[in-house]
Design a protein. Structure first.
Ligand SMILES: NC(=O)c1ccc[n+]([C@@H]2O[C@H](COP(=O)([O-])OP(=O)(O)OC[C@H]3O[C@@H](n4cnc5c(N)ncnc54)[C@H](OP(=O)(O)O)[C@@H]3O)[C@@H](O)[C@H]2O)c1
Length: 215
């Protein structure tokens, strides 16, 4: 299985402003992201991203696909709202809520009634290694992780990410509490950081730079 993380950040490393606005990529970059979405079997996000952005996780921007990727939400208690765009279209687009044993039977019933599947893995948080293993058994070969920062950290920590693609927007938004590319517990020392191999760099006319790393 191949796992790719894609994210857009400002020049100061934020993937959203202090109040959660994350419209960072230009139209040109969004076209690239949607081509990438078209090439994968599933797109995964964390529940905070769903609660803040209410994404559709579909393939658009001229990249429409006859076999749309499955949308996966990592949500340990099943708090994804029934009114979210993901659940509202779960009868049309394959949708999985990866959750933990903390989910209630009511939430399982509520989520499944929309057409979404519930995948239980883990006690407190979602055990991502198990989720990826099950997805592999289900035949998924390419997974795109689209954040946010907490999920990016957890997936990177597993040591199974193949590629990290970062768009750097020529903007600074600051904010002590603005979400950065990778959150989580973090490392104590720089030398403990995960090493990246820079494989390619692209530049859009608007000053955006796209970095393609392998791990
Ligand atoms: N610019 C971009 O490319 C981009 C992309 C995506 C998101 N964003 C922004 O990022 C922000 C949200 O990011 P975030 O870091 O706050 O949250 P997040 O990564 O979207 O979601 C984190 C939540 O997922 C749940 N979770 C369950 N198991 C987990 C596990 N093993 N590892 C990690 N998370 C797990 C936890 O909530 P429970 O305990 O309730 O399960 C956790 O708090 C939003 O402002 C959004 O706009 C930006």
């Amino acid at each position: 299985m191949k796992i790719v993380i894609n994210a857009a950040m400002t020049a100061d490393g934020k993937i959203a402003t202090r109040n959660g606005n994350s419209a960072i990529s230009s139209k040109t970059d969004l076209r690239r992201v949607h081509q990438l979405r078209k090439s994968v079997d599933a797109i995964m996000v964390g529940i905070s991203t769903v609660l803040i952005d209410d994404p559709q996780l579909t393939v658009r921007f001229g990249a429409a696909s006859s076999r749309p990727p499955t949308r996966i939400v990592v949500d340990s208690t099943g708090r994804i709202p029934s009114s979210s765009k993901l659940l509202k279209k779960a009868d049309e687009f394959s949708t999985i809520v990866a959750t933990s044993n903390r989910i209630s039977f009511d939430n399982i019933r509520r989520i499944e009634s929309t057409g979404a599947k519930v995948l239980v893995a883990g006690q407190k948080k979602v055990e991502l290694r198990k989720v990826f293993r099950v997805l592999e058994q289900m035949g998924y070969k390419r997974i795109l992780v689209e954040g946010g920062g907490e999920l990016n950290w957890s997936v990177l920590k597993l040591g199974i990410v193949d590629q990290l693609v970062i768009t750097i927007s020529p903007r600074i938004v600051g904010g002590r509490f603005a979400t950065t590319l990778v959150e989580g517990e973090g490392c104590n020392r720089i030398s403990e950081g995960m090493p990246l191999k820079l494989r390619n760099v692209k530049r859009h006319a608007n000053g955006e730079i796209i970095l393609f790393y392998e791990l």
